[in-house]
Design a binder for this molecule. Structure first.
Ligand SMILES: [Zn+2]
Length: 254
């Protein structure tokens, strides 16, 4: 008998990207048929925001809005970013964060901090991109009691995972789980289930190199994570799905 998955929620995707323009609805239906009934879509390129809003409304999915560290420039202005949040009034802020491998580190910090302030003030959850910056992200989080945060595609150490989850930060695991060994596997095992989320980050990180990642791949992620944690993948998918719905404040999927 094959497992019947249900209530999966892909906590981090970019299904608004042009690579899905020809078959976005069928990609979502494929996911739905496999048991992934909800997803959150994050902004990448801020110039595509109007289009992303249309897509999110059409698909009935969560859209998070924010300036990603890759799009921060030396002359990016805090006022402009705050205005973008005010204008869009998103249900979640993201993806935002700090990326040590990208330029304008100082400016990334100012922009990130302003977006966290906005989310904190408006009680919105935040989706964070943290590359070689987990300690800085935890420090920023600590300054804003009550903030709801997830770090997507978590790549920190076991110690950082423990510190983050002790603070109540959700950690999201993606297709990297499928190749996880050693340290990465230990990190996946160290996350308390109540703070564990699953994601595909589609179209990035396809299961097969050269192809396109899809929300339906969440099942393979759930299976890989379940195997590492030695739990039932069906129950894990539903549990992480419910956690994601609570995190984003969505009751149920359309
Ligand atoms: Zn992403």
């Amino acid at each position: 008998m094959t497992a019947v998955y249900r209530r999966g929620f892909d906590a981090h995707t970019h299904v608004g990207e042009p690579v899905f323009d020809d078959d976005r609805m069928s990609a979502l239906q494929r996911a739905h048929h496999r048991g992934v009934s909800g997803l959150a879509m994050a902004t990448g390129d801020p110039d595509r925001l109007p289009r992303l809003r249309e897509i999110a409304a059409q698909l009935g999915v969560v859209l998070s809005v924010g300036l990603h560290p890759w799009w921060v420039r030396a002359d990016s202005r805090v006022e402009d970013v705050v205005r973008m949040l005010e204008t869009n009034a998103p249900v979640a802020v993201g993806e935002v964060g700090l990326d040590r491998l990208h330029p304008h580190w100082e400016q990334q910090g100012r922009i990130f901090s302003a977006q966290l302030d906005w989310a904190h003030r408006h009680h919105r959850p935040v989706v964070v991109h943290a590359v070689r910056s987990v300690d800085e992200v935890l420090a920023e989080f600590g300054r804003r009691p009550g903030l709801r945060m997830m770090i997507h595609g978590f790549t920190g150490s076991v110690q950082q995972a423990r510190r983050a989850t002790d603070l109540g930060i959700h950690l999201s695991i993606g297709p990297a789980a499928m190749r996880a060994a050693g340290r990465t596997a230990d990190v996946i095992r160290a996350i308390p289930v109540a703070l564990l989320l699953l994601e595909t980050d589609a179209p990035h990180h396809p299961l097969v190199a050269g192809e396109r990642g899809e929300p339906a791949d969440l099942i393979a992620v759930a299976e890989a994570v379940a195997q590492l944690r030695d739990v039932d993948p069906v129950a894990l998918l539903a549990k992480t799905g419910d956690t994601a719905r609570r995190f984003f404040g969505v009751e149920d999927d359309r």
